[in-house]
Design a protein around this ligand. Sequence first.
Ligand SMILES: [Ca+2]
Ligand SMILES: [Ca+2]
Length: 175
Amino acid sequence: MKYKIFIIIFGVAFLSIINANIVWAGSATVSWSANTEPDLAGYRIYYGTSPRTGTNPGSATTQPLPKCGLCGYSSSVTVGNVRTYTFSSLTNSVTYYFSVSAYDTSNNESAFSAQVSKLISALTADLNGNGRINTQDLSILLSYWGSTARPPADINQDGYVNTQDFSIMLSQWTG
Ligand SMILES: [Ca+2]
Ligand SMILES: [Ca+2]
């Protein structure tokens, strides 16, 4: 049992969220690095619109830190043994905070990863800001096609100007 406790605490050091990307309006994709414990069962994401207030959500009674449950977050979701998860019903123009914990096959839960935050933006394809989404915006999009790090045309802010941005533009097309 002590060995297991050691593993859980050890694992915390390596559990870190590495990114939170906006994929489409009202969404964010959270990804993190993997733990390597042989008895790792999965991960749990805690999130909300306020920063967390503690570090140990903990179902493990042996964690040295006081347990804080949701720790200031409004919700958690148990996502299993994956390394990325997309939230799809977030509120635009609000900043969300995310942390991840790991749990093992005995349901011991680690302390939190580092916290990340993301302002959920209302993605718009109106690239020239004239209130219409039409061929003018399409021309701008195409002029940046395939390029990286082009915020004006990177509608979903993922670092690439590609078919995903084109799809968003089509979905908002006003002519
Ligand atoms: Ca426009
Ligand atoms: Ca993009």
